[in-house]
Design a protein around this ligand. Structure first.
Ligand code: 13P
Ligand code: SF4
Length: 322
C-alpha cells in the first residue's frame, strides 16, 4: 500500500509538471478511476472520454483505456500529446476488423452507408461515413433508417443485431465480438434471476441476444450507471465489465450489485467479466508513460491524412450528440 501511495504521489506531481490530465474508462481498475477523479481528470464512457479530452485545456492527455480510445483522442486533438500506459492494450473488436478486409466488404456494397463502432482503428474509422459509440448508436441508426439508408455495420455483431431489432434498419453485419461481453450466459443468468426475483438486470449491448432479451435496461456504461440510480429495485444483476462496479456503487450506494454469470452451461470463461486489456492500465504503467513521454511505447501517432478522414465521421457523431 505504501508503494501504491508513492506511485500516486509521483503521478500527481508528473501530471502537474507536464500539464497533463488523466482520462479513464469505467473498466479500468478502481484505483485508476479514483486517481483520475482526484486529479481533475475524468472517468466515463468512450463517448464522454473523447469529448472531455478534446475540450480540456491540458497539453497532454493520458488515456487509461484501450488503444482505440487513445487514437480517438488524437484524431480529435492533434495539437495535444496523447499518451497511453501501454499501446498493447487493444480490443478484440478492433483486432477482429482489419482495414483491408473491412474495406473490401464496404467496396462490395457501395450503396450502403458505413457505420462503425468507436472500438476500431483509425484506418477503419477513416473508411466510415459514421462513427458511433454504444451510448448513441441506436439514435444514429434510427436517423439513418428514417432517411431510407441501407447500412453496413461493424464490427460488433451483438450490438448490431440489437440495433437492427430495435430499429428495423437494413443492416449488413460484420462478424466481430467483444471477448468480455460474449461470455455472459443466458441460462446461468436465468438461474440467478430465480434466486433474486426482485433484481433488475442491466446489460451492455455487446452481450449476446439471449442475455440482452432478459434485460430491464440495455445501454452504454454511463447509461447502465444511470439505470442503477433511477430504477427502484434494490438489487441489480450487471452484465458488463466488473470495473463498472466502482462508479455504479458510488452512484447507487444503497443498492446491491451482483455480477452476471460468465460461466454456466459447463463453459469456463476466458476473461471472466474483466477486459484483459483494460487491466493493463496500472499505476506503474501510467508513471512510465508520463516519464517517457514522446517514446514509441506510449505516444499515439496517427498519420495526418488518415486523421483528417477519420475526423469527419467522428465529428458527425459528436455534432449529432449535441
Ligand atoms: P462504452 O462506450 O459503453 O463505454 O463501451 C466501451 C467498451 O469498450 C465496451 O466494452
Ligand atoms: Fe474491447 Fe470488450 Fe475490452 Fe471493451 S471490454 S475494450 S469491447 S474487448
Amino acid at each position: 500500500d505504501s508503494e501504491k501511495h508513492a506511485y500516486k504521489a509521483r503521478i500527481k506531481q508528473l501530471l502537474k509538471e507536464k500539464e497533463a490530465v488523466l482520462v479513464a474508462h469505467y473498466y479500468t481498475d478502481p484505483e485508476i478511476q479514483a486517481l483520475a477523479e482526484e486529479t481533475g481528470g475524468c472517468v466515463s464512457d468512450s463517448l464522454e472520454m473523447a469529448r472531455f479530452g478534446r475540450d480540456h485545456p491540458a497539453k497532454t492527455l493520458i488515456v487509461a483505456g484501450v488503444k482505440f480510445m487513445g487514437e480517438t483522442s488524437k484524431i480529435l486533438s492533434p495539437e495535444k500529446t496523447v499518451l497511453m500506459p501501454t499501446l498493447d492494450a487493444t480490443c478484440s473488436l478492433d483486432v477482429g476488423c482489419p482495414i483491408d478486409t473491412f474495406s473490401a466488404f464496404c467496396d462490395a456494397h457501395p450503396d450502403h452507408t458505413v457505420v462503425v463502432y468507436a472500438n476500431t482503428s483509425a484506418a477503419v474509422k477513416a473508411r466510415a461515413d459514421w462513427v458511433v459509440t454504444s451510448s448513441i448508436a441506436l439514435e444514429i441508426v434510427e436517423h439513418l433508417d428514417s432517411q431510407g439508408k441501407k447500412i453496413i455495420w461493424g464490427p460488433d455483431r451483438h450490438l448490431g443485431s440489437y440495433i437492427a431489432k430495435q430499429t428495423g434498419a437494413d443492416m449488413l453485419m460484420w462478424q466481430g465480438e467483444c471477448i468480455v461481453h460474449d461470455e455472459f450466459k443466458a441460462k446461468a443468468l436465468r438461474q440467478l434471476k430465480e434466486q433474486y426475483p426482485n433484481a433488475a438486470v442491466l446489460v451492455h449491448p455487446e452481450s449476446p441476444a439471449s442475455v440482452v432479451e432478459m434485460a430491464d435496461a440495455v445501454g452504454s456504461t454511463s447509461q447502465l450507471i444511470k439505470a442503477a440510480q433511477s430504477l427502484e429495485n434494490d438489487i441489480f444483476i450487471v452484465a458488463t465489465d466488473k470495473g463498472i462496479f466502482y462508479k455504479m456503487q458510488q452512484a447507487a450506494p444503497n443498492k446491491t450489485l451482483i455480477e452476471a454469470p460468465t460461466g454456466g452451461n459447463g463453459a469456463t470463461c476466458r476473461s471472466c467479466a474483466h477486459c484483459p486489456w483494460m487491466a493493463m492500465n496500472g499505476l506503474k504503467a501510467i508513471e512510465a508513460a508520463l516519464i517517457n513521454d514522446g517514446s514509441e511505447q506510449h505516444e499515439i501517432f496517427v498519420d495526418e491524412s488518415l486523421r483528417e478522414r477519420a475526423l469527419l465521421p467522428l465529428d458527425r457523431m459528436l455534432d449529432f450528440a449535441k
